[in-house]
Design a protein around this ligand. Structure first.
Ligand code: GLU
Length: 316
């Protein structure tokens, strides 16, 4: 068996957008590098729609994200409309029963308690980007200093998971060695909202494990969420994928791109550029090609064979 074939059985990357708006160049950059990293090692790439929050997620955006990815030539092997569906469904809003069984496992371990604090509860379905600010939970609702806690949560309360004070080490493929103590970094964190919505941290860990994801390539504003995710992986007996956290794409003022940067939005880009130009722009941000070069995702891939995500962003 050739090396390429062996690798193709092992590597699986993913792109996991939240459908709260149309993509912009920053999302395209993340999608492109996660795709390139997996495909350049002969692996597969899946698309998962992170629509946990019923208030912020819109089906039309999920459809546009997929359409935009196809336009760019970034076609998921798994998930979405055209990929295989062996570990589906690939929309988090359809995976409640799955999350519930792992949630029950955590409750049964006596590590959870009910929480009445509101704002953090509402935020829990969203990936906590660093620019959102960070609060270390003070343990206000924790019934006693240490577990075990009761194994049932009263109706109408959010569920918090006890964060044990321990150093979690991981070696990020781009940012290097990391050591985070979840008890000091975030404190006990929410795994289910008071209204029953599943928290991002629980859902992402369950999904990455059950979907067989071996490498996570995403923005570096999620770097420190990784410790919470590894903590959950240990509790649930899941393997830890490799992590690659990419420097975020910034606008000319040095600020992380957002939906307000309309010239970088997919809507504008599709109106004014070809797919090859947009792939070229995202690739140039990663230092993979010279500024102004236009090329298809497939041609870029052919140039990048066998480079991991850390190599891919070496020039950033
Ligand atoms: N759904 C998250 C976001 O769009 C990304 C989560 C992840 O890649 O782990 O911000």
């Amino acid at each position: 068996m050739s090396k390429q074939t062996q690798l193709s059985e092992a590597v699986k990357g993913r792109f996991a957008p939240s459908p709260s708006g149309r993509m912009h160049l920053g999302n395209i950059y993340t999608a492109l590098l996660s795709w390139l990293s997996a495909k350049s090692k002969g692996g597969t790439w899946l698309l998962r729609i992170e629509d946990l929050d019923p208030q912020r997620s819109k089906k039309e955006f999920a459809e546009l994200i997929e359409d935009d990815l196809h336009w760019l030539g970034l076609i998921p092997d798994e998930g979405g409309l055209s990929g295989t569906v062996s570990a589906g469904p690939y929309s988090q809003s359809l995976r409640g029963e799955i999350y519930n069984s792992y949630y029950r496992q955590l409750l049964a371990s006596g590590l959870c308690y009910g929480c009445r604090c509101r704002r953090a509860d509402i935020m829990a379905t969203q990936a906590p980007h660093q620019s959102d600010g960070r609060i270390v939970y003070a343990g206000t609702c924790r019934p006693q200093e240490t577990p075990p806690f009761a194994t049932e949560i009263p109706d109408g309360l959010a569920t918090r998971l006890y964060a044990k004070s321990e150093d979690i080490f991981f070696n990020d493929g781009i940012c290097g060695p990391q050591c985070v103590n979840p008890a000091e970094f975030c404190g006990d964190f929410i795994i289910r909202r008071a209204d029953g919505a599943w928290a991002y941290q629980l859902a992402v860990v369950v999904d990455d494990a059950l979907m067989g994801v071996t490498e996570v390539v995403r923005g570096d504003d999620l770097l420190l969420s990784t410790a919470q995710q590894i903590y959950l992986q240990h509790l649930l007996g899941f393997p830890t994928p490799e992590y690659y956290h990419l420097p975020l794409v910034r606008n000319s003022a040095g600020i992380r791109l957002s939906k307000r940067d309309s010239a970088m939005s997919m809507e504008y880009l599709r109106e004014h550029h070809t797919p090859e130009e947009v792939i070229g722009m995202a690739a140039a941000r990663a230092g993979l090609v010279a500024d102004g070069r236009a090329l298809s995702a497939g041609d870029l891939l052919a140039e990048m064979e066998n480079k991991s995500a850390s190599k891919l962003v070496l020039n950033v």
